[in-house]
Design a protein around this ligand. Structure first.
Ligand code: BES
Ligand code: ZN
Length: 635
């Protein structure tokens, strides 16, 4: 919103606009009982909530982590803002057992759990008494709560203690907290969490207090998030965690056996925060810590505020994969400060973040490294565009009736970033940086739609320099499939060297070790990404002999190599492949490998055998994707 007028209004009644808790509605639309018009770009098709009637402003959690039963139980007290008198409160839940709902007076409130939608879960409708400004939901999670992964001791590095972590994005917070689970509904939160005293609890919050020990076996932890955040950013983890400070405001949590390796790998974090601040304004969240999780974590990273969650597969030993930290850190501006209002607008989170990530990497590690990373992103994008339907190749994607996870393609990430790189090229870096800084300031702690961004863009950038503006077709970038011809393609000298070796290989000449002298991770990735199709199983074996890919300690190189090994029928990597699939749960790595296996009959048999053993160790979001690939079940 900011000072910019939205490009489209929910209805045609422009004269009677009401600003109701962030939603623009005309008096007729805001009438009690009226559904929000479907054309409202703020309408979130992935939430049952009706925040234009009753809006949750704060969530106070009082929870107990029961590792034996693998259940979270307790209560959520919700502070409400009521705009439509008489309207009830509607929350999102999925798999939750609601034990009791009470008003501030402690007396019960009538409530009803609606029918369960397989993607969205069940609406929880609470009848409010006239004076109610808060209600308390007493509840417990279901056994299969998709946000939560409960790890047995054997699935951790230490092997002695269990572990729990949550993953809320996109619509999984509702599986462990009853909330209005829409990124357009911002809330502050506080929490008291009881857990076994041998374990430490961390959350995506500003402040943690070690509360009193309840008894010898249980300790209570306290947290507070004073800034309004979208519910998908509420996150928790609990395990045998140690902390290492990296600077006055940065640090890393990890299991004892990992924490020193993590601290060494992530020692540039403070420099990254400073680079980010120099680019786009102050870091507004107080601390920036990282939590390095056990290897089943389904993503590379997750930008939980104050505490990025990260996969241990970024610990390569040489900082070659720390762009992921730049990425999650960048979300402290694009995503956490200014948030996509609905999952259709996901590119506002990820496209901006990938662009910002490139800029941080350039400042901390130099333009050449950033150019390599940008170029790898474009390669992935072009590869993925070949597999996507035209309607899924647009930034402003239609997700009605689908799982928002399906929007998590390179389009939101790398096409989104390419759009911003093009704007930077057209308007010049200084002008564009000033524009972005103003954008973050004007929309801080708000959720915005694509249309709202485009209105702001027009007003604050395009209309100020119509001559330059004519050089870019914004509508083509946002609403048309494919990659526009004016995409900025970074030139990398380091990749030109690799291209020469690839050309040699394409002519049937095997490379020798000296050809790759001094190559860095990104060059290896570029090499594998462009491996000539003529390299067969025997050729793969010779490459492995010279370069030792199967023994690589770099997860990105290894994952790409394992995928190629399957595709080219090279059996020399089989043992490593099986070990990788059994121990790593990062979906981005597993998906292409299982897809490659599923492409042949023999591969499918082997994939099923390994998957049967590995599946119980994967997080629900990874399982959803892999079930489709390996078992052929519908998503
Ligand atoms: N916010 C995303 C992860 C996400 C997106 C989770 C959508 C659930 C739904 C995170 O910032 C991210 O993009 N992670 C990437 C790493 C990044 C370097 C591209 C990942 O996990 O691969
Ligand atoms: Zn991201």
């Amino acid at each position: 919103m900011g000072s910019a007028a939205p490009a489209t209004y929910p209805c045609r009644m422009r004269s009677a606009l009401l600003l109701t808790g962030g939603a623009l509605l005309c008096a007729a639309c805001a009438a009690p009982g009226r559904p929000i018009p479907a054309q409202d770009p703020r309408m979130d098709v992935h939430s049952h909530a009706r925040p234009h009637e009753v809006r949750v402003r704060h969530v106070d959690l009082d929870l107990e982590l029961d590792f034996a039963a693998q259940i979270v139980r307790g209560s959520a007290t919700l502070a409400l803002e009521r705009t439509v008198p008489g309207a009830g409160l509607v929350l999102d839940t999925k798999g939750l057992t609601i034990e009791r709902v009470a008003g501030a007076d402690g007396a019960p409130r009538a409530h009803r759990l609606g029918a369960a939608d397989p993607i969205l879960g069940s609406p929880l409708a609470v009848t409010l008494a006239p004076g109610d400004t808060d209600v308390t939901i007493h509840y417990r999670t279901g056994p299969g709560a998709e946000a939560l992964q409960w790890l047995a001791p054997a699935q951790t590095g230490g092997g002695r203690h269990p572990f729990l972590f949550s993953q809320g994005q996109a619509i999984l917070t509702r599986t462990w907290i009853p909330v209005q689970d829409s990124p357009g509904v911002r809330i502050t939160y506080s929490a008291r969490v009881r857990a076994p005293s041998a374990l430490r609890v961390v959350m995506s919050a500003v402040h943690a207090d070690e509360g009193p020990a309840r008894d010898a076996a249980t300790r209570e932890w306290r947290f507070r998030m004073p800034h309004p955040i979208p519910p998908y950013l509420i996150a928790i983890a609990c395990g045998d965690l140690e902390f290492r400070a990296l600077s006055a405001r940065c640090g890393v949590y990890a299991e004892p056996g990992t924490v020193d390796r993590a601290a060494a790998e992530l020692s540039d974090t403070e420099a990254m925060v400073q680079a980010a601040e120099a680019l786009f304004g102050p870091y507004r969240w107080g601390r920036y810590d990282l939590l390095v999780l056990p290897p089943s974590f389904p993503f590379g990273g997750m930008e939980n505020p104050c505490l990025t969650f990260a996969t241990p597969t970024i610990l390569a030993g040489d900082k070659s994969l720390v762009a992921l930290v730049a990425h999650e850190l960048a979300h402290s501006w694009s995503g956490n400060l200014v948030t996509n209002a609905t999952w259709r607008d996901f590119w506002l989170n990820e496209g901006f973040t990938v662009y910002f990530e490139h800029r941080i990497m350039a400042r901390v590690y130099g333009e050449e490294r950033a150019a390599m990373e940008q170029s790898i992103g474009l390669t992935h994008l072009e590869e993925e565009l070949r597999t996507l339907k035209p309607e899924d190749q647009v930034l402003h994607i239609d997700l009605a009736g689908r799982n928002p996870d399906d929007a998590m393609t390179a389009v939101a990430y790398d096409k989104g970033a390419a759009f911003l790189h093009r704007l930077e090229q057209v308007f010049g870096r200084a002008t564009f940086d000033a524009f972005l800084t103003r954008y973050f300031d004007a929309h801080a702690f708000r959720s915005i739609t694509t249309d709202e961004f485009l209105a702001w863009l027009r007003h604050e950038l395009l209309d100020r320099d119509p001559t330059r503006a004519r050089a870019i077709d914004v509508d083509a970038w946002v609403r048309r499939p494919g990659l526009p011809a004016d995409t900025v393609r970074p030139r990398s000298r380091a990749f030109a060297q690799v291209d020469a070796v690839v050309a040699k290989l394409a002519q049937g000449e095997d490379p020798v070790a000296g050809d790759a002298h001094g190559w860095v991770t990104h060059q290896w990735l570029h090499f594998l990404e462009h491996l000539p199709p003529g390299v067969d199983a025997a050729g793969m074996a010779r490459l492995d002999g010279v370069f030792g890919f199967t023994g690589s300690g770099n997860s990105e190189i290894l994952a790409k190599w394992l995928e190629l090994a399957v595709r080219r029928g090279y059996a020399g990597a089989d043992a490593r492949l099986e070990d990788f699939l059994l121990h790593v749960g990062r979906r981005k790595f597993l998906k292409p490998i299982y897809e490659a296996m599923a492409a042949t009959e023999a591969g499918r048999v082997r994939a099923r055998a390994i998957y049967a053993r590995a599946r119980p160790r994967y997080h629900a979001v990874t399982v959803r994707t892999l079930d489709q690939i390996v078992l052929g079940t519908a998503g």
